[in-house]
Design a protein around this ligand. Structure first.
Ligand code: MG
Length: 203
């Protein structure tokens, strides 16, 4: 399986990192070794001093598809969840400055903690899902899928031009504003519509 991630999909987040608002989706990949499950802890790596959380709605693909039309994209996923797109911001800035790839900053082991998945039918409107991140009990991110620049179905259609989507593939759909650093000892809790989907410690 593969993990496809959309970057800069919320205007306020693009602005907070001084990035232009994209006219087509920006994306990158993470390997399966990035995944952390079961609320297991994230171990702060030695190669960065500035690991940031990015809380994102995650789509699980459950049908093989290529060149999927946006109007049919909804047939290719049944479950959604929450994940953290951990980013080594210092490494990413270096890569950006040199025009180099982002894997070193985005795809490392443990960079994709995943919470539980639920049927998409739990939500009457996928274009209006509120989600949030608390760090040590304090609200850090409060987003809504209505603020996405590119919606879920468009993202699936767009990515499927380049990649055959396979059963079990995951798509991180971008983070709202409010990203920030974590430190050893922090506790993160991510929720959709007030229900906890993921919580774990930084060790
Ligand atoms: Mg992200």
């Amino acid at each position: 399986m593969k993990i496809l991630c959309i970057g800069r999909n919320y205007i306020e987040h693009a602005k907070e990192l001084n990035n232009p608002v994209p006219v087509e989706p920006v994306f990158f990949l993470k390997p399966d070794t990035a995944i952390i499950r079961n609320n297991d802890p994230f171990f702060y790596p030695d190669f960065s001093k500035d690991i940031h959380y990015e809380t994102e709605i995650v789509i699980k693909i459950d049908r093989v598809g290529k060149n999927i039309a946006t109007v049919f994209a909804h047939r290719y996923y049944n479950e959604i969840g929450l994940g953290i797109d951990f980013t080594a911001r210092d490494r990413q800035q270096k890569a950006k400055d040199k025009g180099l790839p982002w894997e070193i900053a985005k795809a490392f082991d443990g960079s994709a903690p995943l919470g539980k998945f639920v049927p998409k039918t739990n939500f009457p409107d996928l274009g209006n899902i509120q989600f949030s991140l608390h760090k040590n009990g304090e609200l850090m991110q409060n987003g809504n899928t209505k603020d996405m620049i590119f919606n879920i179905d468009y993202i699936i259609s767009y990515l499927s031009q380049f990649f055959t989507l396979k059963i079990g593939d995951l798509i991180f759909t971008g983070t709202p504003a409010g990203v920030g650093p974590v430190q050893i000892g922090d506790h993160l809790k991510a929720s959709i519509e007030g229900e906890t989907f993921l919580e774990f410690d930084i060790k």
